[in-house]
Structures are given as C-alpha cells and as structure tokens.
Write a protein that binds this ligand. Sequence first.
Ligand SMILES: *Cc1c(COP(=O)(O)O)cnc(C)c1O
Length: 454
Amino acid sequence: MSDSPALSVPSLAARDLAVVWHPCTQMHDHETIPMLAIERAEGAWLYAADGRRYLDAVSSWWTNVFGHRHPRIVAGLKDQLDRLDHIMLAGMTHEPAVALAEKLVDRAPSGLTRVFYADNGSSAIEVALKMSFHYWRNQGWPERNRFIALRGGYHGETLGALSVTDVPLYRATYAPLLFEPILATSPDAYQRPAGSTPQQHAASCLADMRRTLEECAARVCAVVLEPLVQCAGGMRMHHADYVAGLRRLCDEFGVHLIADEIAVGFGRTGTLFACEQAAISPDFLCLSKGLTGGTLPLSAVLTTEAVHAAFYASYSTGKAFLHSHSYTGNALACRAALETLAIFDDEPVLARNKVLAEHLRTRLRALEDHPNVADIRQTGMIAAIELVRDRESRAPFPADERRGLRVYLHGLSRGVILRPLGNVVYFMPPYCVDTDDIDLMVDAAIAGIDHAVA
Ligand SMILES: *Cc1c(COP(=O)(O)O)cnc(C)c1O
C-alpha cells in the first residue's frame, strides 16, 4: 500500500484504485480496507508486493483445486501455446476440445454423452436453461417456460442465472429485469425443525417439491439445484437423499434436472462430482470453476443423447441450438482442463483429501461450544461456521455490523485469506494444503471470530 515518497512511484494498489472497478465490491470500502497487490502465487500461497505472503484458504473464489501453478498444468499450457491458441468452435475443432469432451463424458455420471462449451459458470447456466426450454419447445411443449429453483440457491449473475438465484444481496436490485422462478423449500439442514435429522428434513422438502410439481409440472422445463452444498448462499448443506429423491420426482413428473456443480464439482464434496453421492445422473450437468484447475475461464454443460436428439434435424426445421460465445471451447482452457482431469487420474487426490478433511473436522471441534457459533458443518473439503449473536436462539448478527468483514481483516493480519459470506466463515482450500496449513487457517479463523464478536 505504501508509496515511496522519495521516488514517488505509485504502488500497484494505488494505480489499481485509480482505474480498476472490482467485482462484488463496494469500492468505497477501499478507503479503509487494503487492496492486496499480489505479484506471484505458488501452491496454496499468494505473495504480495509488500513482501508478505497469504494462505489462499478460499481457493481464489473456489476455482483453484491443486494450488496455484501446478507444474503439470503449467507445462501443458506452455506446450499448447506453441501449437494452437484459440479458434472459433463453429465449423472446426481441435484436439483439446475433443479429448476433454471424451474425458468428461467418461468421468461424469452415466448417460451424459454430449458436451457444450461456454466460458464461465453463469454462461453454463444460461446454456442449460435455454437448452431445457428449447428442448420442450422442439418436442411440441412451448407452454413449458417456468423453472423451479431452491430458496437460498445461487447460479450466477447474468440475468438468466440471476433469475434462478435466491440470494437477495445479488438479486433484489435487479428483480425488475428478471424472470420469476417457482421457489421451492431449501433442504438446508441448518434450517431443519428442532428435533429432526437432516435426512428427515430432506424427506419433508421432497414432499413440498412433490406438491409443487403436482401443481405446475406441465408448465415447468427443469428444476435447478446445487447438489449437496448451496455455496454462495452461505455454504448451506443438505443430505444426499434430497438429490436422489429430486431425481426420482423429476422423472416421475417428466421435467429436467439441472445439476449446477460449478462450485461443488472436481472433488470439493469428497467425490469427483457431488451427484455421485446420490448415485444419480442429471439431465444437465454444469461445470466451471475447478474445471481448469483455476487457471483459465471455461465451462461445460453435459447433457443426454435424448436432449441432443431433440435438436438434431434438418436446418429448415429451426430446431438448432444457435447459442455461442466467442471463446467457446478455447484451446488453452480445454488443455488446462485435460491436465486437471489427468491429475485426478494419476494422483491420489480424493484419498488424500479424505485425510485432510478429517483433520479439518477435528480442528473445528474447538469451536463447538463457542457462544457465537450456532453451527459447524462440513461436506468433504468445504467447511463452514455459522456466526450468530446468540447461540441458543440462533439470533443473527445485524448484517450492517459486518462481523464477517472483521474476520477477513483479522485473517489478513495473520497471513490467511478468509472471505466470509456474510456471517458464515468458511474454508474451501486448494487440495495441496497440508495439515500445518489447515492448522494455520483454523487458528486464524478462531482468533478472527473471537476478535469479530467482541
Ligand atoms: C460461481 C458459481 C456460478 C457462476 O459462475 P461464474 O463463473 O462466476 O459466472 C454458478 N453457480 C454456482 C453454484 C457457483 O458457485
């Protein structure tokens, strides 16, 4: 942050604040909150211009899975750059796009045989929503134009993805521009009635979903779900029974299931894909974030042969899916994704994560009786702590007190990047962390929480 008065060369942070408008940020905050100028990253660590280093406990917005600059991905990208950078994906193809599609079909839940590329998570959701709607239209059901979304769900911030998002912080302002989804109860286990289990809560939410479908299935294209963890909505977790039951209901009522694994895919929940834990295949599987190991923007929507077949006809029928993004199937990004999947194949990533997740679980027990902690929850390599004003009543802290922000600032002072979602402090570290790194993260969070609630 400090400029050198002798040379009067403005710091990177000062230059930034003069021209860059940051995402998800009230820029005014930076009158008091430091802008971190990062010069270099290695593994789980970010190295700042001021000589300090920070542990990236949130995987750079959940994108980074193996740590920064994994040698295999770096080597793959350098090699790819020497062959082919980017071409349009209409009328032509390239090895990384084909090989990646083959590999994704091979690794994803069964029945997903067709891969449509886009270049970020929100765009993948737009693709899935449009494809589902268009499928029904092509099949002679143009009156199907509604989507069922879950309360507390998050699917991105372009207008279609934001329409099926139920996080007021992101959605409320733009509501006049959005279409209205049919909102269903969230199976979030934290919100279950006292005395019931997460499994019972899942069953009761499925009963609600059945009533909704009985009423409106004939007008519904698809149900959209973040399987196992509603991430941006506050790391809200549910029982895998809900995912399995929802699949059965979608089949029974003849509507599509869109699984948004943009955040939970690529090992975050303990399995490569979260849907595996419910032993189901969705009709659309949306992937992004960890897909390239956190190096380049890319997304993919996997779908079924049945969906693909509904678009496959002579051009004059007007049935084609004429959606495109300029950087669809970018060769560098596809190559990074191929290396990412190869690392899952060749290294015992998920087995090692199990050990790390257990260590994290054990360390978080220290907060079990904390007067301001109402819930500690974990699914695989995602763990979250619910901060409240009062543990017994679960009364939340007023949002404008920004307790989470205090945890963030305290984390920085200890060299750890935590970025709480409101009053939910969470960990979603890259898989290259060791138990010492986890100890550092947890110690910083505990100290930050004590500081923030004081
Ligand atoms: C991040 C996220 C998105 C949006 O992805 P972007 O690349 O940020 O547009 C969609 N769904 C979920 C579950 C996400 O976590």
